[in-house]
Design a protein around this ligand. Structure first.
Ligand code: ATP
Length: 197
């Protein structure tokens, strides 16, 4: 999966719609203090399903919506669109377009190639492609020190994500839940049958 384009609207300091091309290879973001470098990286993490407002440097998720300035009113929504080139024979054809939108009082909604999906579906798409909101490929300030200081379990998570197997844990949990529910149903059925005998 190769990220190609990022579009932001009303996201943090990007009040006007802004569109960026992401070229193949390593991308660096440079600029003066406070110009929005970290906000850009956060937009990529957010559209991939980041659920922690704290890691978006906010108190609540709605804090990602442009909060207004002395001469500009606040916005009611924020939207980030990410397009990526994917395997043409894969489930999304050659191009993947993911949109996450948040409205004040209404929470987040996601679309993948025009269809409404759940946050979990989006996270799985990126996990299967060996990336995601916590990917070490997104190197923000202080991140290198954090990787060096990471505990073994945290390092294992990074390696599993890089290997593209992080999504398997989610699927395993889902399967275990279904198994437990089926076992409970079977036990109930046994009780009912015993009652009939
Ligand atoms: P530095 O180099 O100092 O780390 P940076 O280029 O990474 O800075 P960011 O931290 O991405 O900059 O952007 C900070 C700016 O974004 C601040 O001016 C802050 O006021 C603005 N900002 C953050 N959230 C919002 C919001 N919800 N509404 C409006 N502006 C916001």
């Amino acid at each position: 999966m190769q990220f190609r384009r990022l579009k932001l609207s009303g996201f943090k300091s990007f009040v006007e719609p802004a569109e960026l091309r992401i070229e193949p290879g390593l991308t660096g973001v440079v600029g003066p203090n406070g110009c929005g470098k970290s906000n850009l990286l956060e937009a990529i993490r957010w559209v991939m399903g980041e659920s922690s407002a704290k890691s978006m440097r906010g108190g609540g998720m709605e804090d990602v919506i442009f909060a207004g300035t002395a001469n500009r009113p606040a916005r009611d929504f924020a939207e980030v669109l990410l397009t990526a080139e994917t395997d043409p024979s894969g489930p999304h054809g050659g191009e993947l377009e993911v949109v996450r939108r948040i409205e004040r009082g209404a929470g987040s909604a996601y679309r993948v190639n025009g269809k409404d999906v759940r946050a979990k579906d989006v996270a799985l798409i990126f996990a299967d492609a060996a990336t995601g909101a916590h990917s070490p490929a997104l190197v923000s300030q202080g991140r290198i020190a954090a990787v060096i200081a990471a505990k073994p379990a945290e390092r294992r998570m990074m390696l599993e994500e890089a290997a593209g197997i992080a999504g398997l844990h989610v699927r395993r949990r889902d399967a275990e839940q279904k198994l437990r529910a089926t076992e409970a149903n079977l036990a109930r059925l046994d009780d009912m049958l015993a009652g009939l005998e």
